[in-house]
Design a protein around this ligand. Structure first.
Ligand code: FAD
Length: 478
């Protein structure tokens, strides 16, 4: 029976980061994955495919050029499912190639098969061919992520009623699409397909959506996606979903019916833990099959078994999973590491993009923090004019007491890249003064930071040391 310093179950972002960290520390490390291709949900059905699809849609549809050349402008006519999939497969193959190379270079062993605990020190891996291997380790990391939530009353058929994994196998682009669930995944796919001129209805049972985003931005976002043709139905509880052969029909509790050629069910994901036999290792899961951990070390209740990534729940991002995996590996292998920064960004790759870091205005109010707001519209920037941007805004929130930036919210082109300026200032405890004192490249969208900073600065009390003191001025003539 082989013995390892660290056995990792799952080769997604958390498992990958942990494995490479362990490899760099020259420890014996093994990654087990039930899929024959490494990379996890992130590479095969989640982050990378959805973002590649988005990029392909925006490029082929000529979306970014339409404000100049009109709504009927296309880079390619008759865009089909094969056009979308061609680029997808090229990108995914490249991602897997890079990952395999990283594992080889860092001497990370891999094993393909379904893993389950025998006890808290032993794991068993079963291949599809029926072979079973037992392995032991000093430490374990569970990085098995999540799988799609498939309620029994949804008539999934893999063709016209699909979950977000099956959606990527699209045989043809539907003329109409219902998306159930206005979470991040639902909103991304709904707006992406609307950019392809598919008639999209986005149904959300609750009255609100993306609740962690500032409401001013959501209003702007809703305005834009409705203008782009998305039929957003909030507060619409679903009574029945029916596969009627030629079409799919959704009956809403308010008595209305919605029909489309295809339905994407994107309401929720569950921790992928049911096959792990966690009870044998002494670990319990919550109602959504997720594992509770110490959020500083990523240890479970069994101190030598760690868990990281989506399997531990919020925030369930590839970006945070990478960070968690590395921190968990360092702790498991007794290597000191820096504490994580408090503020990380959220990126929603809808059309238009949304990205946020820090607090929303609602959160500032709940916490009773006196604040000032600075806003900039992309159309106020020269770069915005050059790019033909009609929409897009950046909003910053500053503490009136400390002048520190406490929250930034962006909707519009480049939001997910622009946010990192704010993230740096936030985590380095910078103030509104940073945006006023610093020069930004011109013309850029980043200039919006300067405009929003000045907007707030001009309404905030001026600190005594900034006031002009004429008496003290020394003439600087020669
Ligand atoms: C459609 C979609 C879009 C997304 N977009 C973004 C985005 O834009 N940005 C972002 O940051 N995040 C995004 N995410 C989230 C991101 O994909 C996840 O946060 C990330 O993949 C989680 O990584 P992980 O390491 O927890 O494991 P995962 O990537 O979930 O991988 C887990 C691996 O464990 C394996 N496994 C499970 N059980 C077993 C077992 N018993 N034995 C062996 N192997 C097992 C699985 O086969 C899988 O390969 C998106 C997700 C989806 C679904």
């Amino acid at each position: 029976m082989s013995h390892y310093d660290l056995i990792i179950v799952g080769s997604g972002p958390a498992g990958r980061a942990a494995a490479i960290q362990a490899g760099k520390l020259k420890r014996r490390v093994l990654v087990i994955d039930r899929k024959d291709r490494l990379g996890g949900v992130s590479v095969h059905t989640g982050t990378i495919p959805s973002k590649t699809l988005r990029e392909t849609v925006l490029n082929l549809s000529g979306w970014r050029e339409r404000s100049f050349y009109g709504r009927s402008y296309r880079v390619k006519d008759n865009i089909g499912a094969d056009d979308l999939k061609a680029r997808l497969h090229m990108t995914l193959d490249h991602e897997v190639d890079v990952l395999e190379h990283q594992f080889n270079r860092n001497h990370v062993d891999t094993l393909h098969g379904m893993a389950r605990f025998v006890d808290d020190k032993t794991i068993e891996v079963a291949t599809e061919a029926g072979d079973v291997t037992r392995l032991t380790a000093d430490r374990f990391l569970i990085a098995t992520g999540t799988k799609t939530h498939r309620p029994d009353n949804v008539p999934f058929n893999g063709r016209t009623v699909v979950d977000s994994d099956e959606f990527l196998e699209l045989a043809q682009i539907p003329r109409s699409l219902i998306v159930v669930g206005a979470g991040v995944i639902g909103v991304e796919y709904a707006t992406m397909f609307s950019a392809l001129d598919v008639r999209v209805t986005l149904i959300e049972p609750r009255d609100t959506f993306l609740d962690f985003i500032d409401r001013v931005l959501i209003q702007d976002f809703v305005h834009q996606i409705r203008e782009n043709g998305v039929d957003l139905r909030l507060g619409s509880a679903i009574e029945r979903i029916e596969d009627a052969g030629e079409h799919v029909e959704v009956s809403l509790a308010n008595g209305r019916h919605v029909r489309a050629e295809m339905l994407l069910f994107a309401a929720g994901r569950m921790g992928a833990t049911s096959a792990l036999n966690l009870a044998a290792a002494g670990i319990k899961t919550d109602h959504r099959n997720r594992i509770e951990v110490n959020r500083k070390t990523y240890q479970t209740v069994v101190p030598h078994i760690y868990a990281a990534g989506d399997v531990i729940g919020h925030p369930s991002l590839a970006s945070t999973s990478v960070q968690q995996g590395r921190v968990a590996a360092c702790h498991a292998l007794d290597i000191p590491t820096l504490p994580e920064s408090p503020w990380f960004p959220y990126g929603i790759y809808s059309v238009p993009e949304i990205s946020t870091c820090g607090m929303s205005e609602e959160e500032m109010q709940t916490r009773g923090i006196p604040y000032e707001v600075g806003v900039a519209r992309f159309r106020e920037t020269s770069r915005g004019h050059i790019m033909g941007l009609e929409h897009g805004m950046l909003k910053m929130l500053f503490s009136l007491k400390t002048r520190r930036v406490l929250g930034v919210q962006i909707v519009g082109e480049g939001a997910t890249e622009l946010i990192h300026i704010a993230q740096a200032v936030l985590n380095l405890k910078g103030t509104v003064d940073y945006f006023v004192q610093n020069t930004f490249n011109y013309p850029t969208l980043a200039e919006a930071y300067k405009i929003a900073g000045l907007d707030a600065f001009n309404r905030m009390p001026i600190p005594e040391e900034y006031k002009v003191k004429r008496d003290a001025a020394k003439p600087n003539t020669v």
